[in-house]
Design a protein around this ligand. Structure first.
Ligand SMILES: Cc1ncc(COP(=O)(O)O)c(C=O)c1O
Length: 442
C-alpha cells in the first residue's frame, strides 16, 4: 500500500500542544510530515526552508543518513541498558568525545534527557558541591531577568521570563536575579556583540553584598540569551561575571543549550568568548535534535568534590532512567561525527559575516526597531501593536510560513537560527522572504 504522505488527523483535540496557541492552531493546523537537510515538507506538499533548525537543535540539518543509520543500528544491538550501577561502552565513548571538544578544564559529563533536566542537574550539583566541601550555607542561586532555562521548577525560578513563572506559585526560595543586558537606547542595531553594558555585571557585586557570598552557590546565565529574543552579551560582560564569581567562590554555570554544538562557530560559547565556566548545560544539538538527550559538563574540581567517602557508596543521589541511553548516545556520536566530517562549526564561522550583513539589510523595513546577531543566530525586533503584544510578530510568523520559511517568534521579536549547513543562496531566500513578509505587515 502506498504510504500516505498527507496524513490529516480528523481529531486534533487530544494532544495538548506545548508553548502553542492550541485553539488557533487547531482551527488552521500547520503540519510537517517530512524533512531533508534544510527543508521541511508540509502535509499539503509544500517545501518550507528551516530558518530555526527546528527549535535551535537540528544543527546539521534534517534526516542526516549517518545519524539515522546509527540510531537504527543501535536499536537492534543494545536498545536499553540501565545506567544505575551498570554501564555500556557507548555512553563512556560519548563522554570522552564531548570532553575532546569541550573547553580545556572541563572534564566530566552527567547525562540528562533535555535542556530543562540539564539545568535542574546543574543547579543541584552546584548546591551539593558546596555542601560536599563543607560550605552547606551556599544554597542561593542567581539567575538573570529575561533568562530562559527550561520549564522545570529550578529553571523557571532562576529564569526571568514572566509568563513562564507567574502562574506557577512561589517557585524555589533563595533565588535572586541580575538585570538583563538589553539596552536598545545605546546598543540598537549592533553588529555582533554590543559595545555598552559590561557594567551590568557589577550588579552581581550588589547582590553578593546583599546576601553575603557565603550563601550563594551559583550564577547561571545563557552566554547568548536565545528564547527571550536573542540578547547578545555586551563586550566584556561575561568576562566580568567570571571574575566576580571566581572572586567570591561562586560557581558559574553557562546554559549552553542553544549555543552549544557550533551555533557561534566554535563547539561551545565558552570557547567563543574565551570564558571558562564551572558547569555547562547542553542538549538540543547534542543529538541534532533527533533523540532527546542532554548533558551537564563540569570541571574536575566540581566532580572530584563528590568522590569521597566509602567506595561502595553512591556519591550523588541523582540521575534519570534514560541517562546515557544507548540509542541517544549512538545518535550523539554520529552527530559529532557529522559535525566534524563536514566541518560544520567552521562552516558556521565562515558564513556568519554573510548572515550578519544579510540580516542587517532588513533595517528600515516597516515596524523594525532593532536587529541583533552573533554566529548563526539572528533577531529582528518589531514594534508591537499598541495594546496587543505579540500579535504583530505572530502575524509575521504565519505569513512567513505561507511564503515557505520557518521563523520563530517570542514576544514581538523574530528569532532565527538556521542549520549550520545553510548556504548563501538559502540565507538570501530566508532574508528576502522575511523582508517581503515585513513589507506586507499591518
Ligand atoms: C538556554 C536554554 N536552556 C534550557 C532550555 C530547555 O531545553 P528543553 O526544552 O530541551 O528542556 C532551552 C530551550 O530552548 C534553552 O534555550
Amino acid at each position: 500500500m502506498a504510504l500516505d504522505r498527507k496524513p490529516t488527523p480528523n481529531d486534533l483535540n487530544a494532544f495538548w500542544m506545548p508553548f502553542t496557541a492550541n485553539r488557533q492552531f487547531k482551527k488552521a493546523p500547520r503540519m510537517f510530515v517530512g524533512a531533508k537537510d534544510m527543508h521541511y515538507t508540509t502535509s499539503d506538499g509544500r517545501q518550507v526552508l528551516d530558518g530555526t533548525a527546528g527549535l535551535w537543535c537540528c544543527n546539521a540539518g534534517h534526516c542526516r543518513p549517518k545519524i539515522t543509520e546509527a540510531i537504527s543500528r543501535q536499536a537492534g544491538e543494545l536498545d536499553y541498558a540501565p545506567a544505575f550501577q551498570m554501564g555500556h561502552p557507548i555512553a563512556f565513548e560519548l563522554a570522552n568525545r564531548l570532553i575532546d571538544i569541550a573547553p580545556k578544564g572541563i572534564e566530566h559529563v552527567f547525562y540528562t534527557n533535555s535542556g530543562s533536566e540539564s539545568v535542574e542537574t546543574a543547579l543541584k550539583l552546584a548546591i551539593a558541591y558546596h555542601r560536599a566541601r563543607g560550605e552547606g550555607a551556599r544554597t542561593r542561586l542567581i539567575g538573570r531577568e529575561r533568562g530562559y532555562h527550561g520549564v522545570n521548577f529550578g529553571g523557571i525560578s532562576v529564569g526571568g521570563i514572566v509568563n513562564n513563572r507567574k502562574v506557577f506559585g512561589t517557585l524555589l526560595g533563595g533565588v535572586d536575579h541580575m538585570p538583563h543586558t538589553h539596552l536598545p537606547g545605546v546598543n540598537a542595531y549592533s553588529h555582533g556583540q554590543p559595545e555598552h553594558g559590561a557594567n551590568l555585571a557589577d550588579e552581581l557585586e550588589r547582590i553578593v553584598a546583599l546576601h553575603g557570598a557565603e550563601t550563594i552557590a551559583a550564577v547561571i546565565v545563557e552566554p547568548v540569551a536565545g528564547s527571550t529574543g536573542v540578547l547578545i552579551p555586551p563586550k566584556g560582560y561575561l568576562e566580568k561575571l567570571r571574575a566576580i564569581t571566581a572572586k567570591h567562590g561562586i560557581l558559574l554555570i553557562f546554559d549552553e543549550v542553544i549555543t552549544g554544538f557550533g551555533r557561534l562557530g566554535s563547539p561551545f560559547a565558552a570557547q567563543h568568548f574565551d570564558v571558562l565556566p564551572d558547569l555547562m548545560t547542553t542538549a538540543k544539538g547534542l543529538t541534532n535534535g533527533v533523540i532527546p538527550m542532554g548533558a551537564v559538563l563540569t570541571t574536575a574540581a566540581v566532580h572530584d568534590a563528590f568522590m569521597t567517602g566509602p567506595e561502595h557508596m553512591i556519591e550523588l543521589f541523582h540521575g534519570y532512567t534514560y541517562s546515557g541511553n544507548p540509542i541517544a548516545s549512538a545518535a550523539a556520536i554520529a552527530t559529532l561525527d557529522t559535525y566534524k566530517e563536514e566541518g560544520l562549526f567552521e562552516a558556521c564561522a565562515d558564513i556568519a559575516p554573510y548572515w550578519e550583513q544579510a540580516l542587517h539589510s532588513l533595517k528600515g523595513l516597516p515596524h523594525v526597531i532593532d536587529i541583533r546577531n552573533l554566529g548563526l543566530i539572528g533577531a529582528v525586533e518589531l514594534e508591537g501593536i499598541a495594546g496587543e503584544p505579540t500579535k504583530r510578530a505572530f502575524s509575521a510568523f504565519l505569513a512567513a510560513y505561507d511564503k515557505g520559511i520557518l521563523i520563530r517568534t517570542t514576544g514581538d521579536i523574530i528569532a532565527m537560527s538556521p542549520p549550520l549547513i545553510v548556504s548563501r543562496a538559502q540565507i538570501d531566500e530566508l532574508i528576502g522572504k522575511l523582508g517581503d513578509v515585513l513589507r506586507g505587515l499591518a
